[in-house]
Design a protein around this ligand. Structure first.
Ligand SMILES: Cc1ncc(C[n+]2csc(CCOP(=O)(O)OP(=O)(O)O)c2C)c(N)n1
Ligand SMILES: [Mg+2]
Length: 316
């Protein structure tokens, strides 16, 4: 598969935008206690969402995890509606009732994100089953963390998806931790992508900090699923920079070291491709995105809180 420089630049720009959104949220999170939602920031993992989203085409759908901003933004979710959701406002993508973990933009194929680990895995399988029954050339993707595979629903879903050769791709963002517990203290030493074998489906591990590699691997898996060759499990190796939930760094808590964070920061997915653009082009993008983010925050701040009557009679 040949990836053009134009596409590489697009992937890089989207990662830069996502990084700036997440870092701005971190910067304003404590301002006037306006943002009350718990927020699981995506900083450090940008290559996964951007690579996955760009491998999808219109009509394809995705379900995301509690660390939801990445997929929502990368798949084209509306930034103003996300920001308003984080501020708990009625103009939010879930009308202010959901918060950071419950982002949705159905028109863009973001079917939802879930605070329940593994929550969107069966949703994606259900969408894929519908596509198969209706003979539609569409693919569903579920993106989830490494702890979600400890949920029974992961195994049930992969079993059924493989049996029925459903057009669904499972993407596990392996950032090594579930909150503050390392993978090796939670799971036997079997690589996550190897688990696909027991369901008779293809399992692939990819460098989740390299957007081009993610794009290539996911594109191939999606093409296979679209042609009726069934599902695949992709394990993207990556790392979250900030604390599990909230805007801070947390290497002082004792479960991971500053040196480990430093090693992963050196493998920054955004910086990796920064030289695709000239310094002037980068500066101009940063200016453009900063303005867009300013406007989204202003929109969120100015928006009203949800009306109480919507709580009982409104279906999102
Ligand atoms: C079914 C379920 N069990 C436990 C939790 C509590 N919980 C929220 S996030 C989290 C860690 C998730 O780790 P992982 O899936 O690796 O995603 P990451 O946060 O690393 O992106 C846990 C245990 C939950 N939300 N849902
Ligand atoms: Mg994890």
């Amino acid at each position: 598969m040949k990836i053009t420089t134009t596409l590489k630049k697009k992937l890089y720009s989207e990662m830069l935008r996502l990084r700036m959104i997440e870092e701005r949220i971190a910067a304003i999170y404590h301002d006037a206690n306006e943002m009350k939602t718990p927020t699981h920031l995506y900083t450090g993992q940008e290559a996964v969402a951007v690579g996955v989203a760009n491998a999808m085409i219109e009509g394809d759908v995705v379900g995301a995890s509690h660390r939801s901003h990445g997929m929502y933004i990368a798949k084209g979710g509306d930034l103003k509606a996300m920001m308003a959701e984080l501020f708990g406002k009625e103009t939010g993508c879930s009308k202010g009732w959901g918060g950071s973990m419950h982002l949705v933009d159905v028109r863009k194929g973001v079917m939802g994100s879930s605070s329940i680990l593994g929550g969107t895995i069966p949703h994606a399988v259900g969408c894929a089953l519908a596509f198969q029954i209706k003979d539609e050339s569409r693919v569903a993707v579920s993106v989830f963390g490494d702890a979600a595979i400890e949920e029974g629903v992961f195994h049930e879903s992969l079993n059924w998806a493989s049996l029925k050769k459903l057009p669904v791709i499972f993407v596990c963002e392996n950032n090594l931790y579930s909150t503050s517990t390392l993978l090796k203290d939670r799971q036997p030493p079997v690589k996550i992508f190897k688990r696909a074998e027991s369901y008779g489906m293809q399992g692939i591990r990819v460098d989740g900090n390299d957007v081009v590699k993610v794009y290539e691997v996911v594109s191939e898996a999606i093409a296979g699923a679209r042609e009726g060759r069934g599902p695949a499990l992709i394990e993207a190796m990556t790392y979250r920079w900030r604390e599990h939930v909230g805007p801070n760094y947390d290497y002082d808590l004792g479960y991971r070291t500053k040196a480990e964070l430093g090693e992963w920061m050196a493998k920054c997915p955004v910086k990796k491709y920064v030289d695709l653009l000239s310094q002037e082009e980068n500066e101009s993008l940063i200016k453009r995105y900063a303005k867009e983010i300013d406007e989204a925050i202003e929109f969120a701040r100015q928006s009203p809180f949800p009306r109480e009557e919507l709580m009982t009679n409104e279906v999102l």
